[in-house]
Design a protein around this ligand. Structure first.
Ligand SMILES: Cc1cc2nc3c(=O)[nH]c(=O)nc-3n(C[C@H](O)[C@H](O)[C@H](O)COP(=O)(O)OP(=O)(O)OC[C@H]3O[C@@H](n4cnc5c(N)ncnc54)[C@H](O)[C@@H]3O)c2cc1C
Length: 388
């Protein structure tokens, strides 16, 4: 693995996280996922060591780094067999939005816990009737008489709500002047009356479960609103670049894990006289190709992280989208080739690769689909007209 673009601190972080990931191992995560449980011990260990909050401000218990560091943590845990989707959500999206736009009280209430792993937050934007078109979301907050909020609506596919202390919900409030609806973010604690969740039965072998959420006139205090009511869109966008950079890290780590397993197998499995299957170019070349594609997508991820950490939100947007696209495509191909390399064993539980087939597909769909990234690049980068 090339680390030429990384500082010595980054390389040390990689090595330390890789050691933690190895200590737990893939069997730990898959056994818990099979039982429907979350890898809490790993999450807590990563939190205690400062890895979960490595991007969050030091004055609130974080490491004072950025997305360069957080993406290293997720990539290395994935490469050790534990791709933790909640890292995309809790420290990257929710932590970033609160750190950048939250009130002082919100920062104090959430950031230390998100940093050390004692608090977890999920993030809900997707709605059944809006899907990829987040401009169409209808979850709405209106003011109650006491200055608080009443939230109504539905969300779908929201990860980890059962294990989260609260969910950061993207809703809308009515603009007093124009009457139009504008996006706003609300912190909704897990046990708030009227906030219910229904588990969605996914064909997905993962550490996190997905839920459909219902907000039935959920009463929230005034300070449930994150930051400024009039800067909702700006605040939301602040969370999207970290989300995409971490989407890339999730995919690269998983892809690396799969390629490594396949290469180990191809070096020793011998079915013809003389040479192991890895000597056949039909096996070797696609693995080499998968490795190249993963390395290339890491380069784009590093570029996106650097731009974002340097404060260039706009520049980071294009790179973060491209990194997420490239990493997801590389991951899907890497996992497919890894499974194929193992022949029948690629589909056994013992070798643990088959469960990655659906997990890899997640990186193509969430948090933003491949097509929506292609749309973004078509319109924003190439200036092509829109069809919708
Ligand atoms: C495992 C998992 C975890 C998730 N976790 C979360 C979470 O924690 N929080 C959250 O808010 N959401 C979450 N999601 C939701 C995810 O972000 C959405 O599934 C995704 O954004 C796509 O929305 P959709 O499923 O409604 O698909 P749709 O919008 O219905 O799209 C269906 C297909 O049509 C394509 N398509 C749609 N519009 C266009 C267009 N204009 N041009 C070309 N193609 C188009 C899409 O790319 C896709 O292939 C999760 C999803 C999964 C699968």
């Amino acid at each position: 693995m090339s680390t030429v673009l990384e500082t010595e601190e980054h390389q040390a972080l990689r090595a330390a996280v890789a050691a933690l990931g190895k200590r737990f191992g893939r069997d730990y995560t898959t056994d818990l996922a099979r039982k429907g449980e979350h890898p809490r011990e790993l999450w807590e260990a990563a939190g205690k060591l400062g890895y979960l909050g490595v991007n969050l401000p030091e004055e609130y218990g974080g490491g004072g780094g950025g997305m360069a560091e957080l993406s290293i943590v997720l990539e290395e845990l994935g490469a050790a067999g534990s791709p933790l989707l909640m890292m995309v959500v809790s420290p990257a999206i929710c932590g970033t939005v609160i750190a950048r736009f939250g009130t002082e009280a919100q920062k104090r209430a959430w950031l230390p816990g998100l940093s050390d792993g004692s608090l977890t937050m999920s993030f809900g934007i997707t709605e059944p009737d809006a899907g990829s078109n987040s401009h169409r979301i209808t979850t709405t907050a209106r003011r109650d008489d006491g200055g608080g909020w009443i939230l109504s609506g539905r969300k779908v596919f929201i990860s980890g709500v059962d294990i989260s202390d609260a969910t950061l919900i993207v809703g809308r409030t009515e603009d007093a002047k124009s009457g139009s609806l504008k996006p706003c973010l609300f912190i909704v604690p897990r046990d708030t009356p009227g906030f219910t969740r229904t588990h969605i039965d996914m064909e997905l072998h993962a550490a996190e479960k997905q839920f459909e959420l219902t907000f039935d006139d959920v009463r929230l205090p005034a300070d449930a609103l994150v930051g400024d009511e009039d800067a909702g869109l700006l605040q939301l966008f602040a969370g999207l670049n970290p989300e995409r950079i971490m989407g890339a890290a999730f995919a690269i780590g998983m892809g690396r894990y799969a390629v490594e397993r396949a290469v180990d197998y191809a070096k020793t499995r011998t079915v013809w006289k003389g040479a192991p299957i890895g000597a056949h170019q039909a096996i070797a070349h696609p693995l080499a190709q998968a490795h190249i594609e993963l390395e290339l997508s890491r380069l784009m991820m590093q570029k996106a992280a650097r731009l974002y950490d340097d404060g260039d939100d706009t520049g980071a947007g294009e790179a973060a989208n491209m990194a997420k696209y490239a990493a997801a495509e590389a991951c899907v191909r890497a996992v497919d080739q890894a499974v194929h390399t193992l022949g029948g064993n690629g589909l056994t539980r013992e070798y643990g690769l088959a469960s990655l087939v659906t997990a890899a597909r997640v990186s193509r769909i969430a948090p933003v689909s491949r097509e929506m990234i292609l749309n973004y690049v078509s319109h924003q980068t190439l200036g092509l007209p829109k069809s919708y």
